[in-house]
Write a protein that binds this ligand. Structure first.
Ligand code: NDP
Length: 450
């Protein structure tokens, strides 16, 4: 059945859907025996319905730049599945954004959101707008133009977007401001808002901290190991990477790398987070090449120095690796190098950063591997906490959100590892995550009828 669905999907998809097909193929192969064991899934076409988005929305975003030139971008929202609750998932602003990329991210989001145990469905959106080099006013004008189109499709109980690559609290603030102007409604229609007007404390930290809470629990239970004093490598230098590094450092790990789209920093004495923040936070997107100029002990390797199928960051020996930049940034060659260098765990902070062949190798070699839909679910979980706070007009303190996040990440680990064990695939957290998430969504779809 799985092969038939994949073949049909391939026939009806175009080349830009490659990442979507990659994500669907991984999930469906995990589910093969589960689907075969319950005739209701076939009778109600659960898999076919699950791989087809409810709605693919595309719109034109027109705005005027600082030179008074008219600019046009494509805007999208993929509302994939709302069996468990309102559509929920981030907005990405990056030139690589296409329907294919967003379909993959929205599809993954269904499973991630299901794993949190919270009442949220799966969606994703964004634009091919490139925020790099844009002034603050241009970002504001673009966000307002984007929301002029998007507002008609979203709502606090319909679809609640959040941030992702290129969309932080500044962008969410501008988007929220425009939504309010158009609709005259002050409700929790976006999460990741600044704290000043309805944002949750800890939302900026949530994904990265959650990644580390998940890793800590997994290493403790599976290997009776801690991260204290261990060398860790992290890729990326954005929201997820920065907060993963911050929490790793707080618990005593030595983080020696970070990277951006142009190159990698290796700092053997430990990444200086204040320098990374100086270069990257608050909308600044300066190159990490500047880091090496400020810290002569650090080594900068430009991306061009490595062939397409290997990445400088994964050549550095480490105990645990945390890919936190973007999809398909850890190849089979990288996986071989990590294993050769003694890495025992790979914990995804980004969405699908590890290529299929690399995942297979990790599982085969007994490396603890956690898929992003499990280990990076802390971000969307705290987004749901923000929705709860907005709905009840409450504000929770930092410690309360942090405690709830830590507990939730431990629950996700437990759910995933137990499901893997019960399915006869002990320590296969890819299958564990896919099966546990699927069962919850599929049950809701069955109960809601066709
Ligand atoms: P940011 O925009 O804050 O940071 C992205 C980082 O990745 C930047 O350092 C960027 O480099 C780098 N990067 C982007 N594209 C490439 C590329 N092609 N090659 C190498 N590096 C690249 O995004 P986030 O940190 O929010 O997101 C990172 C990942 O985590 C994404 O996969 C996202 O979907 C996922 N995620 C994010 C969540 C969140 O709460 N923000 C929640 C769950 C998952 P540069 O600085 O040069 O642009």
């Amino acid at each position: 059945m799985v092969e038939k669905i994949l073949a049909n999907l391939e026939k009806s998809s175009c080349a830009v859907d490659n990442t979507f097909l990659q994500a669907v193929s991984e999930v469906l192969h995990s589910l093969e025996s589960v689907v075969d064991s319950d005739p209701r899934y076939d009778a109600y076409a659960i898999l076919e319905r699950l791989v087809t988005p409810d709605r693919v929305i595309q719109f034109k975003v027109q705005w005027v730049d600082d030179q008074n030139h008219v600019q046009i971008n494509n805007g999208y929202r993929i509302q994939f599945n709302n069996a468990l609750g309102p559509y929920k998932g981030g907005l990405r602003f990056h030139p690589s954004v296409s329907i294919g990329v967003l379909k993959f991210l929205a599809f993954e989001q269904i499973f991630k959101n299901s794993l949190t145990g919270l009442p949220i469905g799966g969606a994703k959106g964004g634009s091919d707008f490139d925020p790099k080099g844009k002034s603050d006013f241009e970002i504001m004008k673009f966000c307002r133009a984007f929301m002029r189109e998007l507002h008609q499709y979203i709502g606090a109980r319909i679809d609640v977007p959040a941030g992702d690559i290129g969309v932080g609290s500044r962008e969410i603030g501008y988007l929220f401001g425009e939504y309010k102007r158009i609709t005259h409604q002050y409700d929790g229609v976006l999460s990741g808002k600044p704290y000043a007007f309805g944002g949750s404390l800890m939302r900026p930290q949530a994904t990265g901290y959650g990644v580390v809470y998940f890793a800590r629990e997994m290493l403790n239970v599976e290997l009776q190991e801690s991260l204290e004093g261990k060398v860790c490598t992290v890729s990326g230098a954005g929201n997820v990477a920065i907060h993963t590094i911050e929490k790793l450092q707080q618990i005593g790990a030595l983080v020696v790398t970070c990277s951006d789209s142009d190159g990698t920093i290796y700092d053997p004495k430990g990444i200086k987070l204040n320098v990374v923040r100086e270069l990257k936070e608050e909308g600044k997107r300066l190159s990490l090449a500047e880091y090496a100029k400020l810290d002569p002990e650090a080594v900068y390797t430009p991306k061009a120095q490595y062939p397409q199928d290997a990445h400088a960051v994964w050549q550095i020996p480490c105990f645990a690796a945390f890919p936190c930049a973007t999809q398909n940034e850890l190849s089979l060659l990288d996986a071989q190098k990590l294993i050769e260098n003694g890495c025992v765990a790979v914990v995804e902070g980004a969405n699908m950063p590890t290529e299929t062949g690399a995942i297979e190798l990790f599982l085969q070699e007994g490396i603890l591997f956690s898929p992003g839909k499990a280990s990076n679910a802390g971000g969307v979980a705290v987004s749901e906490f923000e929705m709860s706070q907005n709905a009840s007009m409450e504000k929770w303190d930092f410690d309360k959100v942090d405690r709830k996040l830590d507990e939730l990440m431990r629950q996700i680990y437990k759910r995933v590892s137990l499901t893997a064990k019960e399915s006869g695939r002990e320590r296969n957290f890819v299958d564990g995550a896919n099966i546990a998430a699927f069962k919850r969504v599929a049950e809701a779809m069955l109960l809601e009828g066709v």
